[in-house]
Write a protein that binds this ligand. Structure first.
Ligand code: NAD
Ligand code: UDP
Length: 312
């Protein structure tokens, strides 16, 4: 069996390549490195692995057969997609269209990496897959939210019109090793700040909530969804919800650091609450997160300590 992973040199994509190789798949990783890095796949020595440097907003023609296509390519951190608004819209729209076309040509099963951001600033908590969301289409985050909403619509159109075998995973905040220290997301920001002895930058009053899933749990959920026969969207995330202020204190406790908290302005349209309802994942996939926040953070802190020691 051969799987293609777009965004395979990114944080989640590289962990997915590892899991697929461990399960015996041949893996083709496609990435243009716009936010990814070949460092994330440098450890892979398997002959079953290949890497193609390609921008998926352009069509991709391959000789070889593909059985499963995981489409993860897209900037994912708010800082990245605010800096790369057009590329973000293009990879969600043109990139998804091209990869659906490739899956159709190869008769491959297709999985779209969607996001909890399609719920926008949600008015219901926790979010079930039936909730349509509360998105500002013209705000700065709209480039990501609307690209992913378009990508979901396009995936369902290929499913309904072309009878393509498709899956949609709505990924909630995931963290772990191989995140970029400077990608701007809250986990690398707070850990990096704590380890460097700097103030932790809490945006707004820190009362907004998020729910953090460790990367190994997320990847297992994505794989199980691909293996299932369910074509409608499924939330994969950890339902344990924390305010960002609580989260800052957790990071200080686990790192054993005594940095202060510095309150900074809240970014425009920053969602006030986010927590997945994972009933579908539990019932359809027999999936739920196994790694506690504490254990996941300890692994991640260890990783960032190593990164910081090589930067110095
Ligand atoms: P990441 O930035 O580490 O990885 C994204 C990868 O896609 C990078 O390697 C980047 O170079 C590549 N890419 C972007 N545009 C491309 C293009 N046009 N052609 C080829 N490659 C391209 O981010 P991540 O956190 O690993 O996110 C992976 C996917 O998961 C994204 O689709 C993201 O929207 C989704 N997601 C992630 C999270 C999370 O918490 N990590 C949450 C929700 C959704
Ligand atoms: N955040 C914060 N300080 C930071 C980075 C982020 O308070 O240094 C907040 C951000 O405003 C949001 C939450 O942490 O409410 C999660 O932000 P992240 O960028 O990780 O992802 P999001 O869930 O917003 O996509």
């Amino acid at each position: 069996m051969r799987a293609l992973v777009t965004g395979g040199a990114g944080f989640l994509g590289s962990h997915l390549c590892d899991l697929l190789l461990a399960k015996g798949y041949e893996v083709v990783c496609v990435d243009n490195l716009i936010t990814g890095n070949t460092q994330n796949i440098a450890h892979i020595k398997s002959e079953k692995f290949s890497y193609i440097n390609h921008d998926v907003t352009k069509p991709l023609y391959l000789e070889e057969k593909i059985d499963f296509l995981y489409h993860l390519a897209s900037p994912a951190s708010p800082i990245d997609y605010l800096e790369l608004p057009i590329q973000t819209l293009k990879v969600g729209a043109l990139g998804t269209h091209n990869m659906l076309g490739l899956a159709k040509e190869k008769r491959a099963r297709f999985l779209l990496a969607s996001t909890s951001e399609i719920y926008g600033d949600p008015l219901v908590n926790p979010q079930t897959e039936e909730y349509w969301g509360n998105v500002n289409p013209i705000g700065p985050r709209g480039v990501y939210d609307e690209a992913k909403r378009f990508a979901e619509a396009m995936t369902m159109a290929y499913h309904r019109y072309h009878k393509l075998d498709t899956r949609i995973v709505r990924i909630f905040n995931t963290f772990g090793t191989r995140m970029r220290l400077n990608d701007g997301r809250v986990v690398p920001n707070f850990i990096g700040q704590a380890l460097r002895g700097e103030d932790l930058t809490v945006y707004g009053d820190g009362s907004q909530t998020r729910s953090f899933c460790y990367v190994s749990d997320e990847i297992e959920g994505i794989y199980r969804l691909m293996m299932s026969d369910y074509a409608m969207p499924v939330n994969i995330g950890n339902p344990e919800e924390h305010t960002i202020l609580e989260f800052a204190r957790i990071i200080l406790r686990i790192t054993g650091k005594s940095s202060k908290i510095a309150f900074k302005p809240l970014p425009v349209d920053d969602p006030k609450q986010r927590r997945p309802d994972i009933t579908k994942a539990r019932e359809l996939l027999g999936w739920e997160p196994k790694v506690s926040l504490e254990r996941g953070l300890k692994e991640t802190i260890k990783y960032f300590k190593d990164v910081l020691s090589t930067v110095k």
